[in-house]
Design a protein around this ligand. Structure first.
Ligand code: BG6
Length: 517
């Protein structure tokens, strides 16, 4: 196990590191605050920031949605989820103090009649809480409402600083940003009519995960890996985001999205960019994003005749996950019985540049799979076998480096070692690094880091407009193909498996196979 040279202090940074920046006082206005995202992710992440003393003194949350709540009933609703996320370590005293920062306003940003009351509430809350007027808006809404919500924020006057309500205005927009390239462009035009690019934070929560942030440090903060990180040494790369859960209560949203829009267009392509990009000139938002953009622009378009071979979609049928019988996707709540939406996608990409020419990147993601794991596996080219061909070795495995994003946050390097005994036999063994062992405890929630960055105005971990568009452009040939024939490239897999057999064939055609995590 790797041990840190300078062990982290509990809940803090290693000795010698500078203190983390604390944002200026601000009001976070969450539209869609009675929804699942706010309850299960945003508020627990804010609670975590509160306990870590990373929120400014003047900080409050104003939840806005149509449900009739009071401040008290809103807080009551949130405590259950916060307890669930924190588990046995839930700190009731800290929650009391944090809950006094949570407020609720029943209203609908899509309804112009409600604007004056919302503005009054924002004004009075800022006055009471000593907030000079910095406002961060979070669109925790169904994606189809993003454009109207941004228009509403503009029309309500809340997007512009005014007397008594000065300071910054920023908006956080959940993914998927648009439904395709054309949709993303329309949404960008709507957003830029109200906010400048530096005020817009398109969130992709994968980028807030510690293990994902570590990709840059691992690659560029160490001398020994980068020289191997290219087509001379790497045979191929596999990026997996597998889930055991189904669509849960999100059938309505999910059926209009599917795995391609929900995971591939954003989380997986962002991982591809981070694993394959060149070192940025600095860690500034634009330098990092310029490199990602360059990489994504180097991804080769798949020739039209090859589309059916380079991407496979799947939908889960009934099956068994962890010993529990689970229904088919088409029987889930909110999903039409004849749905052709994919819950699984596997796609092959290549990057046409000097570093990666000819190296396939296989990306896959699915729901109701046999395990929950997100990881990036770098498969190195095999060693020449001749030396071992007269031994009892059998086929030797090539080296692989696996960056485990979750749940077992860590990294391992697999290599061959001599199995003890009189004959020569090579067995795969591993060097392992575990975050938990090295740094203690679980990593902080991704949403916390991203909310903090949005409050600080640091956009390095948020995809820029051009990156979102190039990601859509990469998928556009597929989207076009499935628009014409919605059931094309769609195969069924039993819940609890590793996806459709056709996805295995995608690699087998090239003499490779998926790693079983
Ligand atoms: C979200 C998707 O962005 O990511 C969900 O909308 C998915 O469908 C989730 O379940 C997975 O996130 P995580 O952090 O649990 O891997």
């Amino acid at each position: 196990m790797a041990a840190p040279a300078d062990r982290a202090t509990p809940g803090g940074l290693p000795a010698g590191a500078g203190a983390p920046a604390v944002p200026d006082p601000c009001l976070l206005v969450i539209f869609g605050a009675s929804g699942d995202l706010a309850r299960r992710k945003l508020v627990p992440a804010l609670f975590d920031l509160h306990r870590e003393k990373m929120l400014p003194g003047g900080f409050a949350v104003l939840g806005v949605s149509r449900t009739a709540h009071t401040d008290a009933s809103f807080r009551e609703r949130l405590i259950a989820a916060a307890r669930e996320v924190a588990g046995a370590g839930f700190d009731a005293g800290a929650w009391e103090a944090f809950a006094s920062r949570l407020f609720y306003h029943p209203g609908d940003i899509l309804d112009a009649e409600g604007f004056p009351a919302l503005r009054d509430r924002v004004r009075s809350l800022c006055g009471e809480r000593g907030i000079p007027g910095n406002l961060l808006f979070y669109l925790s809404l169904a994606p189809k409402h993003y454009a109207a919500a941004v228009r509403g924020i503009g029309a309500s006057g809340l997007s512009a600083p005014e007397e008594g309500l000065a300071g910054f205005r920023r908006v956080v927009i959940e993914k998927p940003f648009g439904n395709d390239l054309a949709g993303a462009k329309i949404l960008s035009a709507e957003v830029s009519a109200v906010f400048r690019e530096e005020q817009v934070f398109r969130i992709d929560h994968y980028l807030g995960k510690e293990t994902v942030q570590n990709l840059l440090v691992f690659r560029f903060g160490n001398g020994i890996f980068e020289p191997l990180w290219n087509r001379n040494y790497v045979d191929h790369v596999q990026i997996t985001a597998a889930e055991e859960i189904g669509v849960e209560s999100r059938g309505d949203y999910y059926d209009g999205a599917g795995a391609v829009r929900d995971m591939l267009q954003n989380h997986l392509l962002q991982l591809l960019a981070l694993v394959a990009m060149e070192p940025p000139i600095s860690l500034s938002a634009d330098d990092v994003r310029d490199e990602k953009l360059k990489l994504l622009r180097s991804v080769e378009p798949v020739p039209p005749g090859m589309l059916g071979e380079a991407c496979v979609r799947g939908q889960y049928a009934a099956g068994t996950v962890r010993g529990q019988a689970v229904p088919a996707y088409r029987s889930e709540r909110g999903v039409p019985p004849g749905s052709l939406t994919e819950t699984y996608v596997a796609a092959r990409f290549t990057v046409d540049n000097w570093r990666w020419g000819g190296v396939p990147f296989y990306l896959r993601s699915g729901k109701r799979l046999a395990g929950r794991v997100s990881e990036i596996a770098i498969r190195f080219r095999p060693a020449p076998y001749r030396l071992f061909e007269d031994t009892a070795c059998g086929q030797m495995e090539s080296n692989q480096l696996v960056l485990n994003i979750q749940p077992d946050e860590g990294i391992f390097l697999q290599f061959g070692a001599k199995f003890p005994g009189p004959s020569i036999c090579v067995q795969p063994v591993q060097f392992r690094f575990s975050y938990e062992q090295a740094f203690g405890g679980k990593s902080p929630p991704a949403y916390g880091r991203l909310l903090l960055d949005a409050m600080l105005g640091d956009a390095a971990l948020f995809p820029r407009e051009d990156i979102v568009e190039v990601s859509w452009a990469l998928l556009e040939p597929y989207l076009e193909r499935w628009r014409e024939n919605p059931g094309q490239d769609l195969y069924y897999y039993p819940a609890g498996s590793w996806g459709p057999g056709e996805a295995d064939a995608l690699l087998a055609r090239e003499g490779r196979q998926w790693r079983t995590p």
